[in-house]
Design a protein around this ligand. Sequence first.
Ligand SMILES: [Zn+2]
Length: 351
Amino acid sequence: MKSTIKHLSLLIALGAMSLSAQDSKEQPESISRIDFAQTITADDLSQLLYAFAADSMQGRMTATPGQKKAAEFLVDFYKNEKITGALPGGGYFQNIPKDYFKSKYVKTSSENVVAIIPGSVWPQEYIVLSAHYDHVGAKGDTIYNGADDDGSGTVALLEIAQAFKKAQDQGMGPKRSIVFLHVTGEEIGLYGSRYYTENPIYPLEQTVCNLNTDMIGRIDPNKAGNDNYIYLIGSDKLSQELHDLSENVNQEFSQLELDYTFNDENDPNRFYYRSDHYNFAKNNVPIIFYFNGVHEDYHQPTDTPDKIEYPLMSKRAQLIFHTAWEVANQEKRIVADKLNNSSTSQDSNKK
Ligand SMILES: [Zn+2]
């Protein structure tokens, strides 16, 4: 979709002017990451989400025509933005055979949609941003739109990708590669992310971290009236450095209230094990899971785009952008210093 960055093009114009008027005393303000982050707007997210969570997508159940249509929507977006597919040859679909899904609902193959912006300095180190694009489908005429779950994470990834592409177009592309991984099969058992981690397009040893976004458009009833929070889960589980970086970035750029309630090992919800980041974490790839908490429309046909808090969602998406930017551009690759050894003990936990 078309970008909305008037102030950025003004800055570029100013920059160009200064080249032709070198003795001018006026120093043009330089373009920064903040300008790119600000291209992630509530309006853009809203436009994308109304389209992506539309009734025409039929609830995006894995291996149905609605899911395939949603996949095409994502591919069209990336092609339009001139962001290449991550598969060899530039394709976007990572095909997952039907038999991989141990589910009676799945009658055909399905696919992850994967795009990449290659790093300019360390292209063989990867930051994987993920969100699942499948949902639970429809029952008769009742469509489960899944606007928050996980239309919100899906379109946030698109806007983040667009912001990184704009940076690249201005010679400020990420130094490490950013992979945009839209996984299928989450609702029926985290299949798409498991398939990716078992058949990684880029080696997991070279995967610096996974930032997973699953439901960032709503406000938890326990947080009623709070339009400035997000739950973070898992940030300190494998890498203290990732956790500290995330805290610092938030303090400097976003000032959101980072709530770690669900990061507690004893939390009965066990959200750490219930979305796609877990398949990375169990392979010792450091992760952060971004989450708004559950609400009355969770997995109901009433999870619709009109109920999304778009300004809050844009703040959350900007935080993820800034965190990815920092991980991608800082001199040293972050270290996973708290490796886990009990990698398979929780595999049966499914969302
Ligand atoms: Zn979800």
